[in-house]
Structures are given as C-alpha cells and as structure tokens.
Design a protein around this ligand. Sequence first.
Ligand code: PEP
Ligand code: MG
Length: 316
Amino acid sequence: ERKASLAASSGPGATSDGHTVPLLANVGGPADVPAAVEAGAEGVGLFRTEFLFLDDSKKAPSEEKQIESYRKVLEAFPEGRVVVRVLDAGADKPLDFLTPADEPNPALGVRGLRSLLDHPDVLRTQLTALAKAAEGLPVHLEVMAPMVADRIDAKAFAAACREAGLQAKFGAMVEIPSAALRARSILQEVEFLSLGTNDLAQYTFAADRQVGAVSRLQDPWQPALLDLIAMSADAARAEGKSCGVCGEAASDPLLACVLTGLGVTSLSMGAASIPYVRATLAKYTLAQCERAAAAARAADSAEEARVAAQAVLSGE
Ligand code: PEP
Ligand code: MG
C-alpha cells in the first residue's frame, strides 16, 4: 500500500490545496544526481561542493576540474534550480590549506565563509568556475554562502559573486542564530535565505552535532529552533524573497508539513526522502500545516511538538 501511494505521488511538491513547495535534492557531486532525478527532485537545493575539495587537503582543485564537476550537476536539471553552496571548510571538514590547525573550538573558529574571506583567491576560483560551468545552460543557478553571521558577511559574499561576473542569485545560509535574528538586515544584501538546520540547532543549543551525548538538543523539532525558522521565513516574506530549508529537518515528512506551515518556501533533502515528503505534504492543506506549526511552536519540548503537530494533522 505504501508503494502504491508513493507511486501515485509524483510531480511538484504541493499541499492538497495546491500551495507549491518545491522539493529539491541535497547532493555532494555528480554521483548523486541520478538518484535525485529518479526521485523526481525539482532541482538541487544544496550542492555541498566541499566533497570535491576533500580529495586533496593540500590544495584546491583546479578551475578545470571544478568546472567539469559543476557542469555535470547543472546539466542534469536543465529548467530547474540548482543551489550551489560555496566551500564549507573547517570544523568537521578541515582542509590543511584553508583552515587553522590550532583552534581550541573549530566549530566556533574560522570555518565556512570565514575561511573563504581569508582566502579570496580560493573563493574567486570557485565562483569563476561556477560562472563558466553555467555558461549557455538554461538552468537557474543560485549560489549561497555557509555560516553567514551578519550583514557584513552577506555583503562581502555578494560583492565577491558580482566581481566574479556570476549571473546567478546570491544567497545566505542561516546556520547561526544571529543570522535568523537579523534576517531582514542580511536580506538587504542577498536575494534568498536557506536554513541549515543541522548547524542552526548546533549553535542554538550549544550542542556539538558530532557528540551523541547531546543529541537530544540536536532534535530539529525543538521549539526554539522552530521559532528561529519562523523568524527567518517571516523576514523573507516581508522582503518578498524566498527562504528554503536544506538541513536534515526537511527530510522528516511530518516536520516538512510544519516547516511549510511556518512559511518556508522550498525543502531540500537527501533524494531518498523526497517521495515520502511529497506524499505526506499532498495529504494536508496549507491551513492545516499552519495550525500544526502553531501547535508545535506552543510546545515545550521536541517530543511534545511532534505529538502536537501529529494531533493537529490527524484531526484529533
Ligand atoms: C546544515 O548545517 O544544516 C547544512 C545543511 O549544512 P551541513 O550539514 O553541510 O553543515
Ligand atoms: Mg551547515
């Protein structure tokens, strides 16, 4: 029965009353593209380019090698959106040539956009490679920066994109609570937001995402995390811009409905989750998703939030 309902669910992501929420795939490179296409992804919502850089921790891949890899992903979604994240090095993804080795707290150190702003040549090569890879393709290229803390970060990233001659939308990931709190200010510099809920949970709860002992605090149903997501989505709506989710939160079908109710405009996840999220979203109206979101935010724990949202959606 599960198989039949999944087979029946294809096409764009939408609630039962037709509110569309594009369902996009998270990919690490060309090897992940066939599964994304097979799952009916409407594009890529997070291309984690660091995998290309992990082959050699001594130096960045050549511009040619980058162009080749980016082009293969861009070609797979001719009319779709592809959101490429520039290199997110540091913390759990150290690279000798980019990230300091002697940091006491690498997750709070020079990682993500911070390391790229310290190495403008690496950022420039990556942006130029992206511009060349997209040349002549009808794809809607969007490029975003990881670990944006404030408007100064967003402005520096947008300036680097413009200098590289990139014909694309520029965006900021919301992974640090300061970015959610000041989302409207960041949106003065960039055209979209994408919530990285894995890091946003880590930094909101001071709970290392690699430490199992604090995993309770990494639960994406935590009402405090939902509040920050709502704040970001509200800011984007007020600015007439989009705000997607590309962290693990988007792959939980029930939470995907809650995120939709919070005003998130697209959901990006591992390809395997797309059919389940599509099928669940199609069962409920936008108003039901909004009521489930309000119930989840009114809860005092992740578990209560989950139960409250489920109760609303199953009409209890
Ligand atoms: C996130 O932090 O939620 C995210 C999408 O980025 P990554 O998991 O690659 O850090
Ligand atoms: Mg992250």
